[in-house]
Design a protein around this ligand. Structure first.
Ligand code: SF4
Length: 367
């Protein structure tokens, strides 16, 4: 007998997860989605405003998940003490684990869960996939909605005949003929997925999704318990421009911290903004974002500075006290301006301008 499956969507306070909530609400109202937000207690006010506005739009509560909910301290401060004042960093990201992942997995419990993650179609990164076998991740904004471990199974050598049979059952003659050629064509290890996956998706997204859905029916994945899954019919790919449109067309305010603000450095003008949601002191921030925080939210910058003690700093080799020395601010702005000019030659897409060149990001906090 089929077991109940829960549908969960985490709102980070960023543009993409909010856009996904809007998109699914508009296009798939039949999916009974539970929304949640993992609150670190250190988010920007704009994030809490967005959560409130989104609740009104969705007509549903967004469940607030707070780690260490018995503590009388904010979740982040509670764990900072547990870690002996050791500030989190990209090498020691205890914050994501304790403040985002664990509350989510506790919320999911042992239930079968489909988790919806807003990696856009114009992004080249894998989203977070839970290691818990009762939680399955799907990516509705991408051309390929399935997670990597499912693709591994579908394209596994031992499953070629099964996938071929499913194509025979569900594809029209023309698609089936070409699909069989693709499935049985040997590929190199490196290009295994990109070759076969893209070729099959280019043939027909809907057929590929139908085949995967049927393929999973014999598996332990949560989706195997569903009689149907409307997203397998979806061929839309959502990119940055669509995300902005979703906000505009549905009357939801685009998070204000993305709004570019002009700055001046040595008679030249540049623009800065925050590029992501998450804690105001997040160590993933670019230097220019720290300056943005200093100039636009001086009280929060002050608070971030208070965390820097006993030799711990948010940035490697540079304290916040040093970052805001006038000559350093100038240098950071000049560097940023130079970089923006180069970026705008390559592309004028907001995604490119705002993305950190470090390539680091935390999908659980920022999407
Ligand atoms: S936003 Fe940054 S500091 Fe906050 S939990 Fe995420 S990674 Fe950690």
């Amino acid at each position: 007998m089929s077991k109940k499956v829960r549908h969960l969507l985490g709102i980070s306070g960023g543009k993409d997860s909010t856009a996904l909530a809007i998109y699914l609400r508009n296009n798939y109202p039949e999916i009974d989605i539970e929304y949640y937000f993992c609150d670190t207690g250190k988010e920007l006010n704009e994030t809490y405003t967005l959560i409130n506005e989104l609740e009104i739009f969705l007509g549903k509560k967004i469940k607030l998940l707070r780690a260490a909910d018995k503590s009388n301290e904010e979740p982040f401060d509670h764990f900072l003490k547990v870690y002996g004042g050791y500030l989190p960093s990209s090498q020691a990201r205890w914050c994501t684990k304790n403040l985002k992942l664990e509350p989510f997995e506790k919320f999911a419990g042992k239930d079968l869960v489909i988790s919806y993650v807003a990696i856009r179609g114009d992004e080249d990164r894998e989203g977070y996939v839970s290691t818990k076998s009762n939680i399955q991740t799907v990516f509705p904004f991408r051309k390929n909605i399935w997670s990597i471990e499912i693709l591994n199974a579908v394209f596994g050598n031992g499953n070629i005949s099964k996938v071929a049979k499913l194509y025979k059952a569900f594809a029209c003659k023309t698609i089936n003929k070409r699909a069989i050629e693709i499935i049985f064509t040997p590929t190199s290890d490196n290009l295994f997925f990109s070759q076969k996956l893209n070729a099959l998706l280019d043939l027909s997204v809907k057929t590929f999704n139908k085949v995967v859905f049927e393929f999973l029916k014999d598996s332990d994945y949560p989706i195997a318990n569903l009689t149907g899954f409307p997203l397998i019919e979806n061929e839309e790919i959502i990119v940055m421009e669509d995300v902005k449109k979703l906000f505009k067309e549905n009357g939801v305010t685009f998070p204000r911290y993305y709004n570019e603000i002009e700055y001046e450095v040595e008679v030249q003008k540049g623009k800065y903004a925050r590029s992501r949601s998450g804690c105001y002191f997040c160590f993933y921030q670019q230097k220019i974002e720290w300056i943005w925080l200093f100039e636009q939210h001086p009280n929060l910058f002050e608070k971030a500075m208070e965390y820097e003690k006993d030799g711990f700093t948010w940035n490697e080799n540079e304290s916040l006290k040093d970052i805001i020395k006038p000559e350093r601010i100038n240098q950071i702005k000049k560097d940023h301006l130079e970089k923006s000019k180069k970026t705008s030659v390559k592309s004028n897409k907001l995604v490119d301008i705002l993305n950190d060149d470090s390539g680091m990001s935390c999908v659980n906090c920022f999407i």
